[in-house]
Design a protein around this ligand. Structure first.
Ligand SMILES: Nc1nc2c(ncn2[C@@H]2O[C@H](COP(=O)(O)OP(=O)(O)OP(=O)(O)O)[C@@H](O)[C@H]2O)c(=O)[nH]1
Ligand SMILES: [Mg+2]
Length: 692
């Protein structure tokens, strides 16, 4: 791989809905540029980007891949991202590494949920956006319909610079509205250029006008000229498209059938000619250790500032970090300073990656993307900098994972292996979270959705040889008393040898929520000797901790020890512990145990049209709606409190209810008593479990 100046680099994130053809476009770009000798196919599992067994099995991308494409003296760092919503984490990373986005949209399916979701992210990030309408060779493909769909979703900034010649089975090539040339495609990687076909002139003219409109709208000087003279020259339109794209005011639309690499050479040329280079970006803002903000421009001689946007845990090579250099140059055999983790790192080899393949490079300079292996502490989101002047870039904002499952090793004794595997796959994917629940004693894995969790379970097995079983995460219920009651625990065994003798009388009463446990000693006249009073408490506490009826801890009770009996020889610490435990069980049998359940606060952000369904569903889930307010752009925020047990699969339910258009957050709020008909069910189930 040659070295490229920042002006000859394009960092492009391929984004859009799953199945639109991002991986196939990447494959076709590599093929037409001569980086590969034949095109891999999704169906054959041999593409450059989708090399993980988890990707091949599913036929979708689950993590981002880098694929540098050298084209006419320019290096295009293609970042192929996953379109499936569960894997959105890598899209966030790619957007931080890229200088522009190429949206891949299917000519059959049009604008889909993830197209819109990522469009919003790109707008927020201020990134330039172009679109390629792909799959134009497919049955039921329509350029017109897809374009209308795009304009409806994203406005008149969407302007075609190419039109297809033919469609579906008749797709033969494309016309370029900028150069007024036509390109026809056969089996050769590149199209053959010809004059603009006469029969297309009439069809193309309105599109050229539309393009002139969009360009003029984005540039005052051009607008003035357009209004005065009624048209723009070819050169002005070309310039206007570039400028409009760079300022994210025009979204040029290209056409392709990536599967047949049709239009892909023209796409590569457009990326090389019209996409902004890293040198065109404004300087990034960094923060010094002292909290001061500074700017760093794209200068390979400047102080090193690089962002790690992806980490891959490899069981053999170790950890691989993909990074984007914003300033300075990262050289092999050097030392860098990880400003995020506040630690120095030794850099060995520096390389670029093409899918899973590594190719060493002499250095990675400002504007470029590279990879480094075996850093000890560096993971996604970290800034690599210099020790004398450490600065950090803002971290990568990631969505909260909200689907929880309990995991355990399939084989007893694999606990250590599991915890190593968990730590490593979290490096791969920072949208995973692992928690050890102190209440249920389960290891809980939080992911973005079912596919995400399944993929990670497969990955742990493949990469770290640990098989994992998953189960729904247990809800941390708690037990308590509803009424005051007196009870007795009697542990007396005096047949032969050393006996055991302890009798304890206790009174149990409920305390307000959140109080925990209180123990009161009201023994008079030595009914129980002093040294055994803490023994009774120990027995009570142990039983409370284990739970009396459901294996969930008991809380918010006061236990008063008010009387008892002992024996000068047969009484012991152990005997009084047992008496304490029996006394609490007796109280539970007399008064009945109430169950408390965690209630969470939920906020759902949704397009207006789904508010009715969402509120209805939350009500059915025993939720209480606290309010609803508009958050602009036709969106509403619904706030509610809902029992946690009803929301264990909400990540899945909400997605299917709103076709993935709504998002939610939740956080623990408080404990409330479970309605008695449900409590009975939970208790019965716990009995079955402990018996079975
Ligand atoms: N006929 C036809 N099929 C295509 C074209 N582009 C992609 N496909 C097929 O569409 C399917 C999905 O393509 P991918 O490239 O995996 O789509 P993707 O956007 O990478 O999908 P995710 O990785 O899930 O986000 C595959 O079976 C491709 O072979 C095309 O231009 N024409
Ligand atoms: Mg893909």
């Amino acid at each position: 791989m040659n070295a490229y100046d920042a002006r000859a680099i394009r960092n492009v994130a391929l984004v859009g809905h799953s199945g639109a053809g991002k991986t196939t476009v990447t494959e076709a770009l590599l093929f037409v540029a001569g980086a590969t000798t034949r095109m891999g196919r999704i169906g054959e599992g041999n593409t450059v980007s989708d090399h993980d067994p988890e990707e091949i099995r599913r036929g979708i991308s689950v993590s981002l891949s880098l694929a540098p494409v050298e084209w006419q003296g320019v290096k295009i760092n293609v970042l192929d991202t996953p379109g499936y919503a569960d894997f959105i984490g890598d899209v966030h990373g790619a957007l931080r590494a890229a200088d522009a986005c190429l949206f891949v949209v299917s000519a059959v399916d049009g604008v889909e949920v993830q197209t819109e979701a990522v469009w919003e992210l790109a707008v927020e990030a201020g990134l330039p956006r172009a679109i390629v309408i792909n799959k134009l060779d497919r049955e039921r493909a329509s350029f017109e319909r897809t374009l209308e769909d795009l304009v409806r979703a994203f406005g008149t900034q969407v302007a075609p610079i190419q039109l297809p010649i033919g469609e579906e089975h008749d797709l033969a090539g494309l016309v370029d509205l900028l150069s007024r040339k036509a390109y026809r495609y056969g089996t050769e990687p590149k199209g053959s250029e010809e004059a603009w076909p006469e029969d297309l002139v009439a069809k193309a003219e309105p599109y050229r006008e539309r393009l002139a409109d969009a360009v003029a709208e984005a540039d005052d000087a051009l607008l003035e000229k357009y209004l005065e003279q009624g048209e723009l020259s070819e050169e002005e339109i070309v310039r206007g498209v570039k400028a409009g794209l760079a300022q994210a005011k025009v979204a040029p639309v290209l056409v392709a059938a990536a599967d047949r690499h049709l239009g892909v050479d023209r796409l590569a040329s457009f990326l090389a000619d019209a996409f902004p280079s890293p040198a065109d970006r404004s300087p990034v803002t960094v923060t010094t250790k002292g909290g001061e903000e500074r700017e760093r421009a794209c200068d390979s001689a400047g102080p090193l500032t690089a962002l790690v946007f992806k980490t891959v845990a490899d069981p053999y090579v170790g950890r691989i970090n993909l990074f984007r250099v914003w300033s300075g140059t990262l050289r092999p055999d050097s030392s860098v300073f990880n400003a995020t983790k506040n630690t120095e790192e030794r850099v060995g080899q520096v390389f670029t990656m093409r899918g899973k393949d590594h190719e060493t490079v002499p250095e990675v300079a400002a504007g470029d993307i590279g990879a480094v292996a075996k850093l000890s502490h560096t993971t996604t989101g970290d800034t690599l900098s210099v020790k004398s002047d450490p600065v950090s870039l803002p971290p990568i904002a990631l969505p909260e994972p909200l689907l929880a499952v309990a995991i355990a090793p399939k084989t007893k004794g694999d606990e250590d292996k599991l915890s190593t595997a968990l730590a490593r796959i979290q490096e791969d994917d920072p949208t995973l979270r692992v928690e050890r629940s102190p209440e249920t004693h389960e290891t809980v894995l939080y992911g973005m959705g079912e596919a995400h969790i399944d993929t990670m379970v497969e990955r742990m097995k493949r990469k770290f040889g640990v098989e994992v079983v998953t189960s729904p995460a247990r809800v941390p219920y708690k037990e308590t008393f509803r009424t005051k009651v007196q009870a007795m625990g009697r542990h007396v065994k005096q047949s032969g040898g050393h006996g055991q003798y302890a009798i304890a009388y206790i009174e149990v009463e409920p305390l307000p929520r959140g109080t925990g446990f209180e123990y009161v000693d009201k023994i008079f006249g030595g009914a129980i000797p002093n040294q055994y009073i803490p023994s009774v408490e120990k027995g009570v506490v142990k039983t409370m901790h284990d739970g009396v009826v459901t294996r969930n801890p008991m809380v918010d009770v006061r236990v008063t020890l008010y009387d008892g009996k002992f024996h000068p020889v047969d009484s012991s610490d152990m005997a009084f512990q047992i008496a304490g435990a029996l006394a609490l069980k007796d109280a539970a049998a007399k008064a009945g145990v109430a169950l408390l359940e965690p209630i969470v606060k939920v906020e759902v952000d949704t397009p207006e049209s789904y508010t009715g369904d969402i509120i209805g569903d939350l009500n059915a889930k025993r939720g209480r709606i606290l309010g609803m307010e508009s958050t602009g752009a036709g969106k509403q925020r619904i706030r509610a409190v809902v029992p946690q047990s009803e929301l264990t699969r909400y990540a899945i339910d909400l997605r299917s209810m709103t076709h993935g258009r709504a998002t939610f957050r939740m956080a623990f709020d408080h404990y409330e008593e479970v309605p008695s008909h449900l409590a009975e069910k939970i208790i019965a189930e716990a009995r079955r479990e402990s018996e079975g």
